[in-house]
Design a protein around this ligand. Structure first.
Ligand SMILES: [Zn+2]
Ligand SMILES: [Zn+2]
Length: 324
């Protein structure tokens, strides 16, 4: 099953594994997924976890009988080996890697997990979508940019509310949901608004839309399109340069958000928790049990401190007095 992964000489990997701090400015962040049938997901999982550990990668990888979904960081020497190994495995040879240069790791640790789904839409096994069988039409960034201009198009942000809050395509519907598994119910509730329209869906790297657009087709919508490679690829495309994307793209690592729109249409959509002025500064509330992620402008942080609310500020003040 896993010949290509397991046939790699351990020594080859170790020789390229990060050894010293001198590699610290030469890191990559990889974002990737591939839907493919994995008959023995558990064996693949064990070999893959071992590979990631030996390469000293950090990040999150999900493996299931439907495929592979991951985002990892590591020194270039290690990420290059990782990419090469997956690209020489016929099962993942067609997989696209989105690559961001980085000054270091953007994850604290490595987590490789075996899951029933590599993206959790939460449908029953009978209802579940296999994107290799059923998925919306993929649009390249240039075609997506053109489709956005279509007056008959409805753009649906396929991510969670806290992601779309920091940035989204101009004019997109951003469903107020906390979890991807809430999408089927949301789409059924809003079916009347979508009927007869050209539906465009997008997400961070494309993986969620593979299922989401398949679900829409299954629900009877017939004009369903998805942004190939997601926001991340769109932002890297030199023809579109992120045009029409407002704000930043939320990412599930220590960077929190990354730039997308490099054109003059760039604008900030998120607002400071305290003064409601546009701000893309992301901070965690200083009251540790809260730790809420908030937008906080520079001047409010100066006058108010790094708190989401007055009550969190009071709690920290009370603790400080107690310990004096
Ligand atoms: Zn403010
Ligand atoms: Zn708080």
């Amino acid at each position: 099953m896993s010949e290509n992964l397991s046939s790699v000489e351990p020594n080859t990997i170790e020789n390229h594994a990060p050894e010293s701090e001198s590699d610290a400015l030469n890191f990559e962040v990889l974002l990737y997924y591939h839907y493919f049938p994995l008959a023995d997901a558990e064996a693949y999982f064990r070999v893959h976890r071992d590979l990631c550990q030996r390469l000293a990668l950090r990040g999150r990888v999900l493996i299931g009988s439907e495929g592979l979904n991951g985002t990892v960081s590591g020194p270039k020497a290690a990420t290059e080996i990782y990419r090469r190994i997956l690209q020489t495995d016929p099962r993942t040879a067609a997989m696209d890697f989105k690559i961001d240069p980085s000054e270091g790791h953007v994850f604290r640790k490595l987590s490789v997990k075996l899951r029933p789904e590599i993206v959790t839409l939460g449908l029953s096994p009978e209802e579940d979508i296999d994107p290799n069988q059923l998925t919306g039409q993929h649009l390249k960034p240039e075609d997506w940019a053109a489709a956005l201009e279509d007056p008959d198009a409805v753009i649906i942000d396929g991510r969670n509310n806290y992601e779309s809050a920091i940035g989204h395509f101009h004019g997109a519907i951003c469903p107020d949901i906390d979890n991807f598994r809430d999408f089927p119910a949301w789409l059924r509730e809003h079916a009347d608004e979508l009927r007869g329209k050209k539906i465009l869906t997008y997400c961070t790297g494309g993986i969620r839309c593979e299922k989401l657009s398949g679900f829409l087709l299954k629900e009877g919508f017939d004009q369903v399109y998805q942004l190939e490679g997601g926001i991340v690829s769109y932002g890297k495309n030199q023809a579109t340069r992120g045009r029409s994307f407002d704000g930043l793209c939320y990412v599930f690592d220590e960077r929190v958000a990354v730039e997308v729109n490099q054109t003059d249409t760039h604008r900030i959509v998120s607002r400071c928790r305290h003064c409601d002025q546009p701000s893309a500064r992301y901070r965690n509330c200083r009251w540790a049990p809260c730790n809420d992620q908030i937008f906080l402008c520079e001047s409010c942080e100066e006058t108010f401190g790094k708190f989401c609310s007055e009550s969190c500020r009071e709690k920290v003040a009370a603790t400080a007095i107690d310990t004096v």
